[in-house]
Write a protein that binds this ligand. Structure first.
Ligand SMILES: [Fe+2]
Length: 208
């Protein structure tokens, strides 16, 4: 009898859920509020031209959108519940009361825009809600946090399950919410489609 037993240790957990139906009133209100914000944000367009090549983000202008317009606040309230679930899933010794949404912003990514590899320093939980994903829109890609320690480890076979590969491309649907720990490195590869990929991103930080 084979006595060997597989033990998976130090796993990285990403949370993905259908947060909102595309047919819901709130989804339409969010799309409208995002478009209004994007269309009227001259300062943000200037900031984006310097820091977010070929795209738009309100990260440098409006980064507290949940305090600006009701639909964003209503979405934040929904996200709170999922962050609560994720904290439990991760086994962190905190509750939602120990965290607050520190930043919440809009991303609009047409053809030629991308978001290079990065983490969200000083935050605990980060994530994105997906509003518009045209056909061919880029995924969000995650890097294996152990990657820099592999040294002489041989490369993996192509047939190795994608969950065991060193990079994972997650293709969400419109209305989906993705949460990850803020230290996990991720990127959005360059957009090749014309219609913009539109998302709302956020950070949760520890209360001091
Ligand atoms: Fe990010």
């Amino acid at each position: 009898m084979n006595q060997s037993k597989k033990l998976t240790l130090f796993s990285t957990q990403i949370y993905k859920t259908k947060c909102l139906s595309k047919r819901s009133k709130l989804f339409t209100e969010l799309a409208d509020a995002t478009e209004r914000l994007y269309a009227g944000d001259i300062e943000g367009a200037k900031w984006s031209s310097e820091h977010y090549k070929n795209g738009y983000t309100s990260y440098g202008s409006y980064d507290q959108i949940h305090l600006m317009t009701e639909p964003f606040l209503l979405l934040k309230n929904k996200i709170d519940q999922h962050v609560k679930n994720y904290i439990k899933m991760l086994g962190l010794d905190i509750s939602l009361d120990n965290l607050f949404m520190s930043r919440f912003w809009v991303n609009v990514m047409p053809k030629g825009s991308y978001h290079a590899w990065h983490t969200h320093p000083l935050s605990v939980i980060s994530g994105t809600f997906y509003l518009q994903l045209p056909k061919g829109a880029s995924p969000i890609r995650f890097e294996d946090p152990r990657f820099m320690f592999f040294m002489t480890r041989p490369s993996l076979l192509n047939k190795t399950p994608k969950e065991q590969q060193n990079f994972y491309s997650l293709n969400p649907q419109e209305g989906d919410l993705v949460l990850f720990e803020s230290w996990i490195k991720h990127e959005v590869p360059m957009a090749t489609q014309t219609d913009p990929r539109i998302s709302l991103s956020f950070n949760y930080d520890l209360k001091r």
